[in-house]
Design a protein around this ligand. Structure first.
Ligand code: FAD
Length: 332
């Protein structure tokens, strides 16, 4: 009788799934500590890349730059800097791109960005700025040989009349040079797989990485989701119902729900997961462990005895034994 085939997520090492992590730049000294604690905990999992967001309206320009630069200088991570077209002239945006190149950054997440009045208001480009994400991608690629990631929306962008107009926009981004897309977060995996089908039917071949948000606080996630046009299925909301004041249970449920979503993606053929970490490592770390990722840094692995050290130890032991034997022979 042939053995039943194990789901991919149960294979040793979860079949080499890779991950990436999104962080946001800290506002205060306390948030700075939280961010770097999260970075040091997650870095040994060897993510394919990490990304750092750019605040709405370009509000975190310096902080994003400082965070990305520190990652380049102090870690072995490959950071991707998010950049938007909002509230900046082309010359300013170009200067930022050049600074990134000079700092050794080789990956940019190129976005149009939300309107200055917030998501839902109408988008007015800066009079001397880039008008769209496609303009920005073209500029980034012209300035340096950057990898470029872009945003994708399995449930369509709120400004898009239909999913097809949204996919047309994604196609234009690919034509402008986008190397991969990262999706808006979603909770119903079927939405993601249906989106992949439509994207592929449109002839788009770049990887579309699923963006996964571990729910740290359901109320807050629901507010974000509404703004971003991401739906929350009734069954998903039900899992968090009644837990607003029960932090301990909520954390366990959040871990279980996220594990369920990620494992289902992997069992259905996904090979890369992008986590919106919200600068918190614990839950993401646990999910990564569950899917077979292990810390790879020298600090987290047992020390190996080098050949040279081994030879030295062997010589010392042999000398000690020889001396002992000689002493015993002489005494006999
Ligand atoms: P685009 O893809 O250029 O456009 C989005 C949609 O708008 C299109 O799909 C289309 O429906 C419509 N549209 C735009 N232009 C046209 C046109 N000319 N004709 C017809 N329709 C058009 N925001 C930040 O401020 N900072 C960040 O760091 C950040 N990171 C993000 C990371 C990811 C992975 C995602 C998914 C989103 C992120 N956002 C961020 C949010 C993003 O800036 C907003 O969703 C913004 O409203 C759209 O940016 P975009 O690059 O997706 O725009």
């Amino acid at each position: 009788m042939s053995q039943p085939q194990l789901p991919v997520s149960r294979l040793p090492g979860a079949s080499g799934v890779s991950v990436s992590f999104e962080f946001f730049p800290p506002k205060t000294a306390e948030m700075e500590t939280t961010l770097w604690e999260a970075v040091s905990r997650l870095a040994p999992l060897a993510p394919a890349f990490v990304s750092v967001t750019y605040g709405a309206g370009g509000s975190t320009r310096e902080r994003t730059h400082a965070t990305v630069k520190r990652m380049v200088e102090e870690t072995s991570l490959k950071p991707a800097a998010h950049l938007t077209c909002v509230a900046a002239a082309r010359s300013e945006v170009n200067a930022i791109i050049r600074d990134y190149w000079a700092a050794g950054v080789r990956h940019i997440v190129a976005l149009r960005g939300d309107p200055v009045g917030g998501a839902g208001s109408s988008y007015e480009p800066h009079p001397e700025g880039y008008h769209s994400s496609t303009d920005l991608i073209t500029a980034v690629k012209a300035i340096g040989d950057f990898e470029v990631s872009v945003a994708a929306y399995p449930e369509r962008h709120p400004e898009s009349a239909t999913l097809f107009t949204d996919i047309e926009m994604l196609k234009r981004k690919v034509d402008a040079g986008a190397d991969r897309a990262i999706t808006q977060f979603f909770f119903d995996n079927d939405l993601y797989f249906r989106y992949l089908d439509v994207v592929q039917a449109a002839g788009i071949e770049i990887p579309i990485l699923p963006g996964i948000v571990p729910v740290q606080n359901f109320k807050q996630t629901a507010t974000f989701a509404k703004r971003a046009g991401a739906s929350i299925p009734a069954w998903f909301a039900e899992r968090f119902a009644g837990l607003d004041d029960d932090v301990a249970t909520r954390r366990l449920v959040a871990a279980a729900v996220c594990a369920e979503q990620v494992i289902d993606l992997i069992d259905r053929g996904v090979t890369h997961i992008h986590f919106y970490t919200m600068n918190r490592a614990d839950l993401v770390y646990a999910i990564c462990h569950l899917i077979g990722l292990r810390a790879t840094s020298a600090a987290s692995e047992p020390k190996q005895v080098t050949n040279q050290a081994a030879t030295q130890i062997a010589t010392e032991v042999a000398t000690q034994v020889a001396t002992q034997v000689a002493t015993q022979v002489a005494a006999a």
